[in-house]
Design a protein around this ligand. Structure first.
Ligand SMILES: *Cc1c(COP(=O)(O)O)cnc(C)c1O
Length: 815
C-alpha cells in the first residue's frame, strides 16, 4: 500500500491529529516485530481479549511516529494520530478499498485443512511466473486477512490469500472485503465444527467466499460439498478434484505402487513422481495442479514445479554456538519474505552484536539491482557487525551494505577463510539459498556435537499457554513457573520466549535462578519461592520479589531492605498455608501478620497458596476445602491491609479442574510443557519436549552370549543388539534396564536389555524392520510418550524432566 494519512482518513472516515501528508506504506500491529519504522504506522488493535493500546509505548520507543488507535494518548509527543472508532473495522474498510482498487488476479483459499500448505505451494510455483503477493504465515482471520490484503502493491499481478472462519457469519464480513476470482475450497473436516450446527452449516458458511468468484475449484470427495457447490453455484465454472474417480481431476493409477503418479485432468494425463504418497499430500497436489492449469501453466512446467516443491514447514533453529555465540540457522530457503521473518526472529534475542551470512537470492526474475537494493535496506536496518556475502551476484553489490563486509564466491571459501570462527559473543544468522549448503557453517559454529539432544518446541509451549488462557477470563494474569531450570528445559531460553509473549510473572525456586535471568536481560517480574537468608541482598540488588512464608523471613528480609537503602515500597508475596503443610502463614497468624506489615515499607504484591492435590480426582473434597480456606483467609488479610493485592492459588491442573477459583492470577508449570493428568485436556495440548539419540552400533550376538555389565541379559537365539549413547549419567534411571523400559525406533518399541551403563545402554532390535546404525532413537516423547517413560521409571513426568543431565544438549525449535 501507499497512502497519505489524509487518504487513509478519507477512505475510513477517521480523524487525523497531526501531519496529514505523511506517506504510509506499512501497517505494523505487533510492536515487537517492527523492523522498519520508515513509512510505517502502528495500529493498536482492540479485540475482546486484548487491547493493543498497551503497546503504543513500545512502538513509540522503537521510533514509530504515526499511530492508529481508538484513543489518543497525549503523553507521547510528536505523534500523528489516526483516531478510529473501531480498530478492526478500520482495518477491514481500508483493506476492502485497497483490494478493490488493485489490479491483481486473486485466489482465495478456504476450507478446514490444507489452506496454508496450498497457499505456500501455490506461491512457490507462481512467484516466478507473476509478481505475486500472499498472506504471511496463516494470516486468515478478521484481522489477518485485512493485514494480508494491505500488502498488495502496484507491481503485483497475482494475490493468494487464505480465509479462515471459526464462527458463523464471519464469512459474510470477509467476503465483503475480499472477493477472489478463483475460489479454492480445500478439505472440509471437523475442525471448528463445534461452533456450527452441522457440517452442512459449516459448508454453507465457507462457500459464501465464492459469491463473486468466476471459478470454483473444490475437493469433491465430500459428497455434501459436491452437492452444495453444484446447487448454489450452478452458473459458475466448477472444477472438482480429489481421490475419487468421479472428480474432474483425480489420480488414475494405484497410488501405493512405487511408480509415477498419473493425474487425470479432464481428458489429459499428467505424470509426475511423488515422494510422499499420503492421501492428504496427494489431494493437495491435485488442488495445486488444478489451479496451475487454470492459470494456463504448461504441463511440463507443472511437473517441474511440483518436483521442486519444498516442505512448507520452515524451521528456524537457534543453536548454542562456539565462543558464546547463538547461531540461528535458516539455511532452508531464501526470498525477501523469509529474510524479513528471520530478521524479526533476530530481534527477539538480546545480544547486542550480530552478524549475518547471506547468499545470492536465486530464481528471482526481477532486476537484480533493485532486488539487492531492497535486501540491503532490510539488512542495513539491523546494524550488523559483520556481514559475510556468498555468491557471484550478491558480492557485486557489496557497496550497498553498511556493515563490515566480507565477500566469498562459495561457502567453502568462507569456511577456509576462518574469519567467521573468530566471532565471539554474538548472534549469527545463517540465511542462504539451498544450493549454497550453508548448513555446513552450522556444523562449523555449533558448540557441542552430540547425537543426544533434548529438543524443546517453543511453539508448542505457546500453544499450551494459549490453551490454558482460553479457559480463563481475559483479565486473569499468568505466572509461568520456570524453577529448576524451567523443569530441566533451560530457564533462560524459556523465560526469554515467555517474556516476548508478555507473560505477567515468572516464578523461580531460588534467588540465584532469578539472578541468572536478570543478568541475561529478563525484565519480567520474578517471584522467588524459597528466598534463603544469605540471598536477600542479591534479591534486592536484582529486583526479585520474595515469597514471605513466616515471621522469621518477614523480619529478616525487611532488615535487608532497610540496610540496602531501598527507599520505595518493596514488593513481596505472602504465602498462606491452606493444607499442603509445606510453607506459609497459618490462619491463627493472620492478625499478627497484618500488624507486622503495618509500619513496614513493603508492598504485598500478591497473596497466594498452593494446592496439594488438584490433579487427584479423589481428593476433590479436600481441594475444595483448601480453596475455601484460601478465599476466607485471603479476604481477611486483605481487609486488614486496606488495599487489594493479586490473589492466586491454581497450578496447571488447578487451572483445568478448578477454573472458577482463578482469582487474579494462575501459576502454570507442567501444563505449558504439554502434560496433563486429565486425558481430555491432554488431547488439547501439544507435547513440547523430546529426548532423542541415535544408534552408535548394531551387533549380531550369538545364541547364549551375554550383554552388558554383570551379564544380566543372555541371548536365547541369534539376537540383534543396538548400542545407544545415553546412560544413567544422562538421566535415564538405571532401574529401567533389564527390559523394564522401552525406547522408540522407527515407530516401534524396543526393550532396553541388560544393565544400563553410565553413558550407554543396549537395546534389543530384532523386531525392528530396516534398523541401521545412525537411526534415531526416541527416549520419549512420541513412542514412548513422556508419561509412559515416567511409568517405566515409577515416577512422575516432573521428575523425569528435571533429572535429565545438563550435559544433554537442549535445542529450541520455533517455526
Ligand atoms: C511448581 C509450582 C507450580 C506449578 O505447578 P504445575 O503442577 O507444574 O502446574 C505452581 N505453584 C507453585 C508454588 C509451584 O511451586
Amino acid at each position: 500500500m501507499n497512502y497519505t494519512v489524509q487518504q487513509i482518513a478519507e477512505i475510513t472516515k477517521a480523524t487525523i491529529i497531526g501531519n496529514k501528508d505523511l506517506i504510509i506504506k506499512n501497517i505494523a500491529f505487533d510492536s515487537r516485530i517492527i523492523y522498519s519504522t520508515k513509512n510505517t504506522a502502528f495500529i493498536a488493535i482492540n479485540t475482546q481479549k486484548n487491547s493493543g493500546e498497551k503497546f503504543i509505548e513500545s512502538a513509540v520507543d522503537r521510533g514509530i511516529t504515526t499511530i492508529i488507535s481508538e484513543h489518543q494518548y497525549p503523553q507521547f509527543e510528536n505523534i500523528t494520530w489516526i483516531i478510529v472508532e473501531n480498530s478492526v473495522k478500520f482495518l477491514q474498510k481500508l483493506a476492502k478499498y485497497h483490494f478493490e482498487n488493485s489490479n491483481i488476479q486473486s485466489i482465495g483459499i478456504t476450507g478446514s485443512n490444507g489452506k496454508t500448505i496450498l497457499k505456500e505451494w501455490l506461491y512457490q510455483c507462481l512467484w516466478n511466473e507473476f509478481p505475486t503477493v500472499k498472506s504471511p504465515k496463516s494470516f486468515n482471520s478478521q484481522i489477518g486477512l485485512p493485514l494480508s490484503l494491505l500488502q498488495i502493491n502496484s507491481t503485483n499481478q497475482l494475490g493468494i490469500f487464505e480465509v479462515g472462519i471459526s464462527v458463523p457469519n464471519e464469512m459474510n464480513i470477509l467476503e465483503n472485503i475480499f472477493h477472489p476470482q478463483i475460489g479454492l475450497l480445500t478439505h472440509i473436516g471437523s475442525a471448528h465444527a463445534a461452533n456450527f450446527q452441522s457440517e452442512e452449516h459449516l459448508i454453507d458458511e465457507k462457500i459464501i467466499l465464492f459469491k463473486n468468484s468466476d471459478v470454483i475449484i473444490y475437493n469433491g470427495d465430500n459428497i455434501l460439498v459436491d452437492s452444495k457447490v453444484k446447487e448454489i453455484y450452478s452458473s459458475k465454472k466448477l472444477i472438482s478434484y480429489g481421490l475419487k474417480n468421479a472428480n474432474h481431476v483425480f489420480i488414475e493409477n494405484n497410488i501405493s505402487k512405487d511408480e509415477n503418479i498419473i493425474v487425470k485432468y479432464f481428458d489429459e494425463e499428467i505424470k509426475f513422481p511423488a515422494h510422499q504418497r499420503d492421501e492428504a499430500t496427494l489431494t493437495n497436489a491435485l488442488a495445486l495442479i488444478t489451479v496451475l492449469k487454470e492459470l494456463n501453466i504448461s504441463n511440463e512446467k507443472i511437473v517441474d514445479k511440483i518436483n521442486a516443491l519444498k516442505a512448507v514447514e520452515m524451521r528456524l533453529e537457534a543453536i548454542e554456538g562456539i565462543k558464546s555465540n547463538i547461531v540461528i540457522n535458516d539455511s532452508f530457503n531464501l526470498d525477501l519474505d523469509s529474510l524479513k521473518t528471520a530478521m524479526q526472529f533476530l530481534n527477539e534475542y538480546k545480544k547486542s552484536k550480530k552478524s549475518l551470512v547471506l547468499t545470492d537470492i536465486i530464481g528471482v526474475n526481477s532486476n537484480s539491482k533493485e532486488l539487492y537494493e531492497e535486501v540491503s535496506e532490510l539488512v542495513n536496518e539491523q546494524n550488523f557487525d559483520h556481514l559475510f556475502l556468498i555468491g557471484e551476484e550478491i558480492t557485486q553489490f557489496k557497496d550497498l551494505f553498511k556493515a563490515k563486509t566480507f565477500t566469498f564466491v562459495s561457502t567453502q571459501e568462507l569456511i577456509d577463510n576462518k574469519s567467521l570462527t573468530e566471532i565471539e559473543n554474538q548472534i549469527i544468522l545463517l540465511k542462504g539459498a539451498r544450493k549454497f549448503e550453508i548448513e555446513k557453517l552450522k556444523d562449523l559454529l555449533e558448540l557441542r556435537k552430540h547425537d543426544t539432544v533434548l529438543e524443546v518446541n517453543l511453539n508448542a509451549i505457546l500453544h499450551n499457554i494459549n490453551y490454558h488462557k482460553s479457559l480463563l477470563k481475559p483479565t486473569t494474569k499468568m505466572m509461568a513457573m520456570v524453577k529448576a531450570n524451567a523443569y530441566g528445559l533451560g530457564s533462560y531460553e524459556i523465560s526469554e520466549f515467555l517474556q516476548h509473549h508478555h507473560i505477567d510473572y515468572l516464578g523461580v525456586a531460588y534467588a540465584d535462578e532469578g539472578v541468572e535471568l536478570r543478568k541475561k536481560g529478563i525484565t519480567t517480574p520474578i517471584v522467588v519461592m524459597n528466598p534463603e537468608q544469605h540471598s536477600y541482598d542479591a534479591i534486592i540488588q536484582y529486583n526479585l520479589e520474595p515469597e514471605i512464608y513466616s515471621f522469621r523471613v518477614l523480619e529478616l528480609f525487611y532488615e535487608s531492605v532497610q540496610k540496602s537503602g531501598y527507599d520505595k515500597e518493596y514488593a513481596i508475596h505472602i504465602k498462606l498455608e491452606t493444607g499442603m503443610h509445606r510453607l506459609g502463614f497459618k490462619e491463627y497468624e493472620l492478625n499478627q501478620l497484618s500488624q507486622s506489615l503495618e509500619y513496614k515499607n513493603l508492598k504485598v504484591q500478591s497473596i497466594f497458596s498452593h494446592l496439594s492435590s488438584s490433579d487427584v480426582p479423589d481428593e476433590r473434597e479436600f481441594t475444595l476445602k483448601q480453596l475455601e480456606t484460601f478465599g476466607k483467609n485471603s479476604d481477611h488479610l486483605i481487609k486488614n491491609l486496606g488495599y487489594q493485592p493479586l490473589r492466586h492459588i491454581l497450578n496447571s491442573s488447578g487451572i483445568t479442574n478448578y477454573t472458577d477459583h482463578q482469582h487474579d492470577m494462575v501459576r502454570i508449570g507442567i501444563g505449558m510443557l504439554g502434560e496433563s493428568s486429565n486425558a481430555e485436556i491432554q488431547k488439547q495440548l501439544k507435547s513440547s519436549v523430546s529426548f532423542k539419540t541415535v544408534i552408535s552400533q548394531i551387533s549380531i550376538v550369538e545364541n547364549g552370549e551375554s550383554v552388558g555389565y554383570s551379564r544380566k541379559y543372555k541371548t536365547d537365539h541369534l539376537t540383534k543388539i543396538a548400542t545407544v549413547p545415553v546412560g544413567y549419567a544422562d538421566g535415564i534411571p538405571r532401574l529401567i534396564g533389564n527390559q523394564i523400559g522401552n525406547v522408540g525406533i522407527n515407530k516401534c518399541f524396543a526393550p532396553i536389555v541388560g544393565n544400563i551403563c553410565m553413558d550407554m545402554m543396549m537395546i534389543k532390535v530384532d523386531d525392528i524392520p530396516n534398523v541401521k546404525e545412525g537411526d534415531t532413537v526416541t527416549i520419549f516423547n512420541a513412542k514412548p510418550s513422556l508419561k509412559e517413560f515416567a511409568g517405566y521409571c515409577k515416577t512422575i513426568t516432573y521428575e523425569v524432566l528435571t533429572s535429565i543431565s545438563p550435559r544433554v544438549k537442549r535445542i529450541y525449535i520455533k517455526d
